[in-house]
Design a protein around this ligand. Structure first.
Ligand SMILES: [Zn+2]
Length: 456
């Protein structure tokens, strides 16, 4: 909508005023103080969430799109959730089916040996034969451009130390096509994460449509540094890469939708969710099984306490976040006509470590309200409402429906150490931390679904 500058300023002033008035007056919260304490006590008084996450990940293991394990986990969760929700359904979604196959990376010259590696998701393979080529290590895209003339026929390694995920992941996503543009025959990336215990991190790449597709893999930070040192000494390194990675035809999967029906305005929805798929290594415990279990347990706690909110709380386990986002897109398309009745969408996809609060994106009056609700989470240290809320799976719906968006925020110090690795297992999560995540989500979901005001 077009607004003149003065009208915009006036609107902003009104907006700020009402926001400040709300902060000043939080008496509307009073009826929620006791329920919030009860939710926190009920959620943190046991290790139900951790036990359920252990059950999920021990039983089904990794849950890559297209695998029987993902579908079995969905069916199991749907069946179990019937005990805790009023309505449970599986909305069919077709998902890409990428398979890793056998893979290896060896040093041929100077001294033969093997390197720990993981092919990048969505990569092509090496065409049924090993690919042998000389190595070129670069430290950035600029460094690649500066040495573009040397990339032809080589395996290019992007040895870029981790800063933030958003920044460093560019090399995993786009590095292969950038290297292919200069004639590289394969690409390697230093794993996107802080130095770990010689553990490669997988994750999706994105081929540019106007560049040749080349096979690509991640190696451990230690090996990236080793290859860098060898190049810096002037050693000629030849590598042999073997990958059977390929796509099979799209497979049947589903989004799991479970509803705790609102008592007064059931057509209005607070949607809280996670993604149930994971990479094919580790067990998808932090990414994102824990997010799913936290959402599920939050509703179980409300039910146990007989707290039935005015609006419906809809728990969604999205499928195929990792290598396609088909679940998030399918949800937007299926529920497009309901999006204006989604008062909030909340995603947990950053791990279920010690919660610090929520990120929020939405109108200012809504920010003021959720900030007040957040204050009730001070007893568990989860009272901070940060500037940005959202998530990959809720993204398409949030954008299409202009829905206020939230993300569960946690202590992130461990997350990217194990993200997309063999080490993403339940033992990395403290039972007390996931229990606090359940408490934080329970309070936020209950009050936003029950309060007389709307966040929209
Ligand atoms: Zn995730």
């Amino acid at each position: 909508m077009f607004m003149t500058r003065s009208r915009r300023a006036a609107a902003l002033a009104v907006c700020l005023c009402s926001a400040l008035a709300l902060i000043a007056n939080d008496s509307w919260l009073d009826p929620y103080r006791q329920p919030a304490l009860r939710i926190m006590a009920a959620a943190t008084g046991n290790d139900d969430a951790w036990q359920r996450l252990a059950l999920l990940t021990d039983t089904f293991g990794p849950r890559l799109s297209g695998t029987p394990a993902l579908e079995a986990a969905l069916r199991w969760a749907a069946e179990e959730m019937k005990k805790d929700f009023d309505e449970v359904r599986l909305d069919p979604v077709m998902v890409p089916h990428w398979v890793r196959g056998a893979e290896s990376l060896e040093i041929v010259t100077p001294q033969p040996g093997t390197l720990a590696m993981l092919g990048l998701g969505n990569s092509i393979g090496t065409g049924g034969a090993p690919l042998e080529a000389e190595l070129l290590v670069v430290r950035s895209f600029n460094d690649l451009e500066a040495h573009a003339g040397r990339a032809k026929g080589r395996i290019v390694l992007f040895n870029v130390p981790y800063t933030t995920y958003g920044e460093t992941v560019q090399y995993r996503s786009n590095g292969p096509s950038r290297a292919a543009a200069h004639g590289a025959v394969a690409a390697l990336v230093r794993s996107v994460g802080p130095p770990g215990l010689r553990t490669p991190h997988t994750g999706a790449l994105r081929y540019a449509s106007d560049r040749p597709q080349i096979p690509a893999a991640a190696i451990a930070t230690e090996d990236a540094d080793r290859l860098q040192r060898m190049q810096d000494r002037g050693t000629r390194v030849v590598l042999r890469l073997r990958m059977e990675a390929k796509f099979l035809p799209d497979a049947q999967s589903a989004n799991l939708v479970a509803e705790y029906t609102g008592r007064e305005r059931p057509e209005e929805i607070v949607a809280i969710g996670c993604h149930i798929d994971s990479w094919d290594v580790g067990a998808g415990a932090t990414d994102d099984g824990g997010g799913c279990v936290a959402m599920w347990e939050a509703v179980r706690v409300l039910r146990r306490l007989e707290l039935r909110p005015r609006r419906t709380i809809r728990v969604v386990f999205w499928t195929n976040e990792e290598n396609g986002l088909r679940g998030g897109l399918a949800y937007r398309d299926k529920y497009r006509s309901q999006l204006d009745r989604h008062v909030l969408m909340l995603e947990s996809d950053g791990g279920v470590f010690r919660p610090t609060g929520f990120g929020f994106t939405g109108p200012e009056h809504a920010r003021a309200l959720v900030t007040q609700i957040g204050s009730l989470l001070a007893p568990i240290g989860a009272d901070r409402i940060g500037p940005n809320g959202g998530g990959a799976d809720i993204g398409p719906s949030v954008e299409a429906g202009n829905v206020p968006a939230m993300s569960l925020e946690v202590d992130g110090s461990k997350y990217f150490l194990i993200h997309h690795t063999q080490a993403d297992t339940v033992d990395k999560i403290e039972p007390a931390d996931i229990a606090r995540c359940v408490a934080a989500v329970g309070v936020m979901a209950y009050i936003t679904a029950d309060m007389p005001q709307s966040l929209r």
